[in-house]
Design a protein around this ligand. Structure first.
Ligand SMILES: NC(=O)C1=CN([C@@H]2O[C@H](COP(=O)(O)OP(=O)(O)OC[C@H]3O[C@@H](n4cnc5c(N)ncnc54)[C@H](OP(=O)(O)O)[C@@H]3O)[C@@H](O)[C@H]2O)C=CC1
Ligand SMILES: O=C(CO)COP(=O)(O)O
Length: 342
């Protein structure tokens, strides 16, 4: 069955997803606020700012008419950075109907209060047909036709099936999960550790160290997420380990590049400014370290990175806090007061 879909956001990921669905024969409108970008995409089939090397399907319609894009769609993907997610969702709320499906692809927390993007979506009184999409999904590789796996999480089977129907293609496989909390937290949290890994790479650490950092990152992510109700097994999947590997090892990751720039001597503003796209890990770091403090969650890597980025601590302190912290169980999902382990 062919669907009518709207993707909110004219950035890397929104464009990559919109293009897959247009290629799959669905009616796709991609909403963006920049009129010149709308004109460029519709006239040239290129999004030169975000995906300059990806010719877009001729049926992909770029638009700045939010009302029409939402009204004509049965499924809405929100690919807007977390800092602006709430304000954009508030604009579409009057246009929603009970049958519409809403999917967040955004990997971050609402900067206005500690909540995830699906929590923002769930506040609308009209439709609760909500899902989240996450996984090792570097947009430029998707647009280049690289084999990619993603996971759609929702308690609603029809929501999961709709996303699979819209996105599955010879190069894009969509797996299912019912653990929305875990999938969404994994996607947000991994951006913190992409910054750590980019920073470590700039210091020329070896593969032993990178592997230890990524493994301890997975431990911190799952410890935090399990505390907030996630299924720990989710972190062995695409949204957890999969996305951690992709984002912590690829210069295509904006968060990895922020970390590499900082490890190369730039300050945070220079590093973020030099990327020209969103780096969700910076806001996520602030919010996660605050919450970990409140709830007594042991997250030495995140805490050390926070001191480095926001308190002008020395780089050695980050390395020190990981290497000299009290030795912990290899695998455990407990707060720092307990010693239960699996
Ligand atoms: N890129 C990737 O590989 C992946 C990204 N994601 C996630 O998807 C989300 C979107 O990322 P991505 O597309 O890469 O981001 P980009 O930085 O590439 O693009 C951001 C897009 O959001 C738009 N935008 C920002 N603020 C507003 C606003 N207030 N109103 C309207 N539009 C706005 C920008 O418009 P403008 O150009 O006018 O500023 C731009 O079109 C992020 O949470 C990211 O973590 C998930 C998987 C992969
Ligand atoms: O989430 C992503 C890949 O899965 C993209 O990562 P960045 O936001 O760090 O570019």
């Amino acid at each position: 069955m062919k669907h009518s879909v709207c993707v909110l956001g004219g950035g890397s990921f929104g464009t990559a997803l919109a293009n897959i669905m247009a290629k799959n024969g669905h009616q796709v409108s991609q909403w963006m606020r920049n009129e010149e970008q709308v004109e460029e995409i519709n006239l040239t089939g290129l999004n030169s700012r975000y995906l300059p090397n990806a010719p877009l399907h001729r049926e992909l319609l770029a638009t700045s008419n939010l009302e029409q894009a939402i009204r004509d769609s049965d499924t809405v993907f929100v690919s807007i950075p977390s800092k602006s997610f709430e304000q954009v969702v508030q604009r579409i709320e009057p246009l929603l109907t009970a049958d519409k499906i809403l999917i967040s692809t955004t990997k971050g927390f609402n900067p206005n209060r500690f909540e995830l993007m699906s929590d923002v979506l769930r506040r609308n009184p009209i439709t609760q047909r909500i899902g989240v999409l996450s996984g090792p999904n570097l947009a430029k590789e998707i647009a280049a036709g690289q084999m990619t796996g993603s996971v759609v999480a929702s308690s609603d089977d029809q929501v999961r099936q709709r996303v699979i129907e819209l996105l599955k293609s010879p190069t894009f496989r969509v797996y299912e999960s019912k653990d929305s909390k875990g999938v969404e937290l994994a996607g947000a949290l991994k951006n913190i550790y992409a910054i750590v890994c980019g920073l470590a790479k700039a210091l020329n650490v070896g593969e032993n160290t990178m592997s230890m950092i990524m493994t301890r990152s997975l431990a911190e992510m799952s410890r935090f997420a399990v505390h907030f109700g996630a299924n720990p097994m989710t972190f062995l999947g695409l949204a957890g380990m999969g996305d951690l590997i992709a984002t912590c090892t690829s210069p295509l990751s904006r968060n990895y590049r922020v970390g590499f720039a900082i490890g190369s001597g730039q300050d945070l503003n220079e590093a973020v400014g030099g990327i020209g796209e969103v780096a969700e890990g910076v806001n996520t770091l602030k919010m996660v370290v605050d919450e970990a403090q409140k709830h007594g969650l042991y997250m030495p890597l995140a805490k050390g990175l926070s001191k480095l980025l926001f308190d002008n601590a020395k780089l050695e302190s980050l390395i020190g806090s990981m290497m000299t912290g009290e030795q912990k169980w290899d695998v455990e999902f407990a707060t720092n007061e307990e010693n239960s382990n699996v």
